[in-house]
Design a binder for this molecule. Structure first.
Ligand code: HEC
Length: 309
């Protein structure tokens, strides 16, 4: 069993229906900045269409709790939680896993029973995008990265071995992350509805690609579930009584993806997804029209955070 250090930072105890990101913030963190903004994701342009598709799949998996499995997944945690847009989440803090904001012990037994090393040994969360950082130990081009990643997912986070397509895609995404593709210093941007919709678009294009490849049943199901998680994240930011209708629309869009997932393999799945995209276009319009009243709006977010215990 891991030796858990004394509590050094006051942890938030957020509303379970509220924004998941509040679960790994200290009380004294600037919550508005942490939940309202994010560093730009820096991705180099791939040479060919196949790699571009793999990067989209990897990007979707990276942000999906389902890749991690176990306790981490249940709490909504993904690679993206610690490595926000491929950088380091300096505000990350979880009791038993961190000793200071921006650190985590990825060999603790909180998330897994197989890899706990019995020592509380948090390390700073590295940027995966800064290819020259001195904290970087694993060269993204080396096979060592694949071994490290298998260990991280299957042992540390007690996830299942990912499908080869998903696993290779995460590697392609990690290799494409590169700060040199962004201005310096890395621009910090609002976590707007547009960003969330753009991730949703990546997820649907990733699903289309997985469907195109033969025998990618499980990968397609995984990506459909990841898209449902992304809908849930958008829904959490439309939290007022006036949003009841749009939340119902989102729940129905998510349910339709679930049905699609359960029917796979299905020869007509591509047509069903096309129909779903048309429905989603309508929902996107309504989401945009109500963005000003949602938690994607910084002043609404500020009010919400003031009311949080
Ligand atoms: C709870 C926070 C947390 C989560 C979730 C997390 N990581 Fe990390 N990651 C870390 C920390 C801390 C390190 C540094 C570990 C060390 O130095 O031993 C690290 C290291 C890495 C490295 C090595 C970087 C280098 O240069 O050596 C890679 C690659 C990586 N993580 C990818 C991922 C991927 C992919 C996921 C999702 C499957 C993930 N991480 C999930 C905290 C996290």
């Amino acid at each position: 069993m891991a030796v858990i250090a004394c509590k050094q930072q006051a942890q938030r105890d957020p509303d379970p229906q509220g924004l998941a990101e509040l679960r790994w913030l200290t009380l004294d963190a600037d919550a508005l900045k942490a939940l309202g903004t994010a560093p730009t994701e820096c991705l180099v342009n791939p040479d060919d269409k196949h790699t571009a598709a793999l990067i989209l799949i990897g990007r979707t998996a990276f942000a999906s709790p389902l890749l991690l499995g176990g306790q981490a997944a249940k709490s909504g945690m993904s690679c993206q939680t610690c490595h926000s847009n491929g950088h380091s989440n300096k505000n990350f803090f979880l009791d038993g896993l961190s000793d200071a904001p921006g650190t985590a012990d990825v060999t603790s037994s909180i998330f897994s029973t197989s890899r706990g090393d019995g020592v509380f040994n948090p390390k700073p969360i590295p940027s995966l995008s800064d290819k020259n950082a001195h904290t970087r130990t694993r060269d993204p081009a080396s096979p060592e990265l694949a071994d490290f990643l298998h260990g991280l997912i299957e042992e540390e986070f007690a996830g299942f071995e990912p499908e080869p397509l998903i696993f290779d895609s995460v590697l392609s995404y990690l290799r494409a992350l590169d700060n040199t593709a962004c201005d310096s210093p890395i621009p910090v941007r609002p976590q707007s509805l547009e960003r969330a919709l753009e991730r949703m678009d990546s997820a649907t294009r990733a699903i289309e690609y997985a469907m195109l490849l033969d025998n990618q049943t499980q990968s397609t199901q995984f990506l459909l579930a990841a898209a449902q998680v992304q809908i849930g994240r958008i829904s959490a930011r439309y939290n007022k009584p006036v949003h009841a209708r749009i939340r119902r629309d989102l729940a129905s869009a998510s349910e339709n993806l679930r049905v699609l997932r359960e029917n796979i393999p299905d020869a007509h799945a591509d047509r069903a997804l096309q129909k779903w995209r048309e429905e989603w276009t309508g929902i996107q319009k309504r989401l945009r029209a109500q963005e000003h009243a949602s938690l994607f709006d910084l002043s609404q977010l500020q009010n919400y955070l003031q009311d949080e215990p």
